[in-house]
Design a protein around this ligand. Structure first.
Ligand SMILES: Nc1ncnc2c1ncn2[C@@H]1O[C@H](COP(=O)(O)OP(=O)(O)OP(=O)(O)O)[C@@H](O)[C@H]1O
Length: 378
């Protein structure tokens, strides 16, 4: 097993300290125990805020209100409202990384990306980092549901924003990470041991030999497409989309899985999320709905001028990487089943994603072969 890369919070904090003048990102070496109850955690959060934002250090603790925004599937997110001396209220969020999340999330990669993405106007502004988390601006908006996300007007807006997102340049290697990540997940996922006997028995029904063959075959197929590579969000589910209804501003949030990747993966992965938390894959968009999305993605200001050839190419690309998205999150779920402290049936989630992969595979492979042979997709 490849040794997991443990995010070096101290190094990152030190780097941010050095860069503070230019990037405006503050840093603290404090850590907050995520297992504390909210009342016990509050004094630690207040101390952290005072350490990061020196102008708040003179305020009495009664000026700080702390509440939970979300348990997330991965992290704990808190909202801190600070009544400043002037009487103004400032809202920020404090994100505590979930334990062991470094097994599936590269925090260095996330932190670097977030700075460039937030400078380009995406997501919440990064205000500071600390030993086991980060502080960001609070976004005044509601979180979308899967059914919101499927509405044509919002789908067009998401496509348009994704087009912009994919234009952002993040320094560093521009190598697509998909297959590196999938193989890394595979290595970890294939050697797990569960203490709970039922879980272990369920786990033992999985054929990793079969999965490995699937990964290799799918990689070979996607390689033949020469798909464009962009800086991708990689986790565009409804919970990572927020909308302010008044000014109709849409926000992409949560760049934990962001990396250079195939654009078709970002889109296919997003379409898989139409299934919502119940994984109802009958909600996957039909060809018309996909084309609606593609038009606004490819030409946000002239959606009706996109050529049939470009639509078809993106259709094939998306279909193929949609399969990769199932493999990616299926393997991710196995690692979570072992590592996460969150009470969620990750093992069951593996089967939902992998079974859907198997259900779609043949049709997809056939479609790509037809397309590559020049016979079209019909
Ligand atoms: N900066 C923010 N301002 C306001 N609300 C936010 C902000 N960031 C996240 N949220 C809210 O908290 C929820 C969880 O956030 P996020 O997805 O970043 O956490 P997570 O732990 O990574 O969750 P998951 O693993 O489920 O994606 C979002 O769906 C959104 O409702």
């Amino acid at each position: 097993m490849v040794a997991p890369k443990i995010w070096n919070a101290m190094e990152a904090a030190e780097e941010a300290r050095e860069n503070h003048g230019s990037s405006g990102i503050r840093s603290s070496s404090l850590t907050v125990d995520p297992s504390l109850s909210l009342p016990d955690m509050k004094p630690c959060i207040v101390e952290l805020c005072k350490d990061l934002f020196k102008n708040w250090s003179i305020l009495d603790d009664s000026h700080f209100a702390v509440e939970t925004v979300s348990g997330g599937i991965t992290n704990l997110l808190l909202k801190v409202s600070v009544r400043e001396e002037s009487g103004d209220i400032v809202n920020i969020t404090v994100r505590l990384y979930g334990p062991y999340t470094e097994f599936v999330i590269d925090r260095d990669r996330e932190l670097q990306a977030i700075q460039y993405l937030s400078a380009a106007g995406f997501g919440a502004k990064l205000l500071g980092i600390f030993g086991n988390g980060m502080v960001q601006s609070f976004i005044n908006a509601r979180t979308l549901t899967a059914s919101d996300m499927r509405k044509p007007k919002l789908a067009a807006e998401i496509a348009k924003q994704l087009h912009e997102f994919h234009q952002v340049e993040v320094p560093g290697s521009k190598e697509p990470q998909l297959w590196n990540d999938i193989f890394k997940f595979f290595e970890k996922a294939s050697i797990l041991k569960f203490d709970v006997i039922e879980k272990q028995q369920k786990y033992e029904t999985i054929s990793f030999k079969e999965i490995h063959t699937e990964i290799v075959e799918l990689k070979e197929l996607t390689d033949r497409l020469n798909a464009p590579v962009v800086f991708a969000h990689n986790d565009l589910l409804s919970g990572n989309l927020m909308l302010n209804d008044e000014d109709e501003k849409l926000y992409f949030i949560d760049f934990e899985y962001g990396s250079y990747n195939y654009r078709g993966f970002d889109i296919g992965n997003h379409f898989n999320e139409y299934a919502g938390y119940d994984c109802d894959y009958s909600m996957y968009p039909n060809k018309d709905k996909q084309y609606h999305f593609f038009r606004h993605y490819l030409e946000p200001y002239r959606p009706h001028q996109v050529s049939d050839k470009d639509l078809e190419a993106l259709y094939v690309e998306t279909y193929t990487y949609m399969l990769a998205s199932h493999l990616y999150w299926a393997l991710w779920a196995l690692i979570q089943a072992k590592m996460s402290l969150i009470d969620f049936d990750y093992l069951g989630y593996f089967f939902l994603r992998y079974n859907e992969y198997k259900r779609q595979k043949e049709k997809c492979f056939l479609l790509v072969q037809l397309y590559l042979s020049g016979s079209g997709t019909g």
